[in-house]
Design a binder for this molecule. Structure first.
Ligand code: PRX
Length: 639
């Protein structure tokens, strides 16, 4: 790999001025030039095959080199990349030089397994440093990774491995959850029993619990990786080389494999991390509390911060283990200056009480970020007061797995008047609009659909293995205008600032996690007691939305009221087992009928009214208008 210090090497810490609306290309070229390119690009964007974008297409780079090696070469090897805190209290400080050695060892290990550029690697790991080493080793070798959240069930892992035809699975013996060592390999074994594409399972020893072992297939990380040489020379890949696949819920039961590539993704992940949090390399201590299994973990724990030479905190456990002040204790311990979390956690902190953060010195905090769901003004104000001492900006960042990086956020230091609850304005280089049904932009004070009307560097490049689904899901709604349909409702206020209003499709947002109603419904109907199921997301004070399921039971389950409570518990557990604990319904209501239109479509709107204990809305399109009284009477509500 060439070592250059020309204009393609970063000039750090300058937040560029917003791009004029007509020079987005020039703006992104400037941002891309802060990375190291082995072969500089000649063309910023090729949109000739829309909606398939190519950014910096003839440029070549290595993503891991950009995130690790170049910082070491520039003399920052001793800077801490991660202050890692294990849930039981063990810690590790990993410098950029350590990271380079660990990633090199891991890359050498993957090569020793015969993996070749383009092969897919599935990763299901707790929040331990090996998760980062594994992702970066994959990036270094051009092996697209597919990280699967540790809380997903074996069935969910299996379907993701199958869809991507992954050859290697990297996992752990177990993980710590609320002070307990919980098995992980049992579940991954169950998944790989049915996935012939998997040749090896690389296992990190985290909890030391006993595990079943398949000789020839299973390998301990400490045997294989630790024995490798700690140097590895990275090779450059095309800017459009696939970097990762990340599965996310859509409106059908089958999650979509969102595909992200290298050069454009890294450019925007790095730029947005720097700009949204006003990040200063070598000065800030940054902490994003997401899990590596979500896009926030990919872009704002791994790729963006590391490209910007951040010093980050990475925490393994839950926020109340061993006590409710754990996050504040960590902020105090490391002098965290930028803290990025989700509204659901802020609301949980609110519930635990303001006296808890008050016990800690949080004066190092300089910027607070929020992501995952609309932040209600009350939570915004509490966050700013009790964590930010009423000094810090609160940056509400709107984006999605598909957008790869932050798209809409009030950048700190730009003089924008703060608006609790509003993500306000697209980042420089980004364009978003709120439009009506016809794709016509709405006026100030009006609501509609959020669309992205210009391609952006970190945009998804497709749905893995399903070109049609990519076109259909994102580009068919406003095909005439060529707009990307985000699936969110939004409103312009009187100043033209954007307020996000939540999903307009059948996707729920529970604690910032995206779960489709169809996924939960299909898990429910796979249980022998369930004849039919309909699921809605009901407003919940802590989790934003909560899953409420309406089920029609079959056979004996339908008449035995004594067993009804048992059945409900069994169904909630069944969903947790099929998808993962995050999808467990808050409530399961047994009903005699479901409200349907004449064409048989379930009217979720009416079920949402029931779930939220509101007066039932317009029932005139129901095939049988008496169904709602039947449901309500059965549940003991108003007829
Ligand atoms: O509905 C929006 C909501 O989360 C969805 C994207 O979910 P996911 O792909 O899992 O990515 C979450 C982390 C980026 C969006 O369609 N969402 C995310 N951030 C916000 C938000 N809604 C309102 N305000 C936000 N800041």
């Amino acid at each position: 790999m060439t070592r250059r210090t020309d204009r393609h090497t970063a000039a750090e810490d300058q937040i560029p001025a917003p791009a004029p609306a007509d020079d987005r290309g020039g703006f992104w070229a400037e941002q891309a030039a802060r990375l190291h390119w082995d072969t500089p690009w000649t063309r910023v964007l090729d949109w000739s095959d829309a909606p398939f974008a190519k950014w910096f297409a003839d440029g070549r780079l290595n993503v891991a080199y950009n995130c690790v090696d170049r910082h070491v070469e520039a003399g920052h090897g001793d800077q801490v990349a991660f202050h890692w805190e294990g849930e039981p209290g063990d810690t590790r400080n990993i410098t950029y030089a350590d990271l380079q050695r660990e990633v090199s060892r891991t890359a050498n290990a993957l090569l020793s397994l015969g993996l070749a550029t383009g092969d897919r690697v599935a990763i299901q790991l707790p929040m331990i440093p090996e998760a980062v080493f594994a992702m970066l080793a994959c990036a270094r070798l051009g092996l697209p990774h597919s990280v699967v959240f540790g809380g997903f069930s074996p069935a969910a892992l299996q379907s993701r491995i199958e869809d991507a035809e992954a050859k290697l699975l990297i996992t752990a013996d177990g993980q710590y959850r609320r002070g307990q060592a919980v098995a992980m390999k049992d579940g991954t074994d169950e998944a790989v029993a049915h996935t012939p594409s998997i040749e090896h399972v690389l296992v990190v020893r985290r909890t030391g619990s006993a595990v079943a072992w398949t000789e020839g297939r299973d390998l301990w990380w400490h045997d294989l990786v630790d024995a490798q040489a700690d140097t590895h020379t990275p090779e450059a890949f095309d800017a459009e080389h696939p970097l990762f696949i990340l599965y996310t819920s859509g409106t059908t039961g089958k999650p979509k494999g969102i595909l992200h590539t290298s050069g454009g993704y890294l450019t925007q992940a790095a730029y947005s991390h720097r700009a949204a949090f006003d990040h200063r390399a070598g000065q800030d201590v940054y902490w994003c509390t997401a899990d590596i299994g979500w896009i926030t973990g990919h872009s704002y724990i791994v790729y963006g911060p590391l490209a910007n030479r951040a010093t980050s905190v990475m925490y393994e456990g839950t926020p109340n283990t061993p006590h409710e002040g754990r996050h504040f204790e960590i902020i105090q311990k490391y002098g965290v200056s930028i803290y990025y979390t989700a509204p659901t956690l802020i609301r949980t902190f609110m519930k635990w009480g303001e006296d808890i953060p008050a016990r800690y010195d949080l004066s190092s905090l300089r910027v607070l970020g929020s992501v995952g769901e609309p932040i209600n003004p009350q939570a915004w104000l509490w966050y700013r007061e009790h964590l930010g001492g009423n000094r810090t900006p609160v940056v509400d960042t709107w984006w999605q797995t598909e957008t790869g990086a932050i798209m809409i956020a009030p950048l700190p230091g730009t003089g924008l008047a703060p608006k609790p609850g509003s993500a306000q304005t697209p980042l420089p280089g980004i364009s978003a609009k709120v439009v009506d049904d016809q794709g016509v932009e709405v006026g100030k004070g009006e609501s509609g659909y959020l669309v992205l009307d210009r391609p952006w560097p970190a945009m998804l490049r497709g749905v893995w293995g399903d070109t049609e689904r990519y076109r259909e899901t994102y580009w068919s709604r406003f095909a005439q205008q060529g707009y990307y349909f985000a699936g969110d409702g939004a409103r312009y206020d009187e100043d033209g600032d954007i307020w996000l209003l939540g999903r307009v499709d059948d996707v729920m947002n529970v604690s910032g996690h995206r779960i489709s109603t169809a996924e939960v419904e299909s898990a429910l109907v796979s249980h022998p007691s369930v004849a039919e199921a309909a699921v809605v997301g009901a407003t919940d004070a802590t989790t934003g939305q909560a899953i409420v399921a309406f089920v029609i039971l079959r056979g004996s389950a339908a008449d035995g009221s004594a067993e009804a409570a048992d059945t409900i518990t069994a169904l909630r557990n069944h969903v947790a087992q099929e998808i993962g604990p995050i999808a467990k319904p808050r409530q399961v209501m047994v009903v005699p009928e479901l409200p349907k239109t004449r064409s048989g479509k379930i009217m979720r709107r009416l079920l949402r009214d029931v779930a939220e204990q509101r007066e039932i809305g317009d029932v005139t399109t129901l095939a049988d208008a008496s169904v709602m009284s039947l449901i309500n009477n059965g549940l003991g509500g108003p007829a």
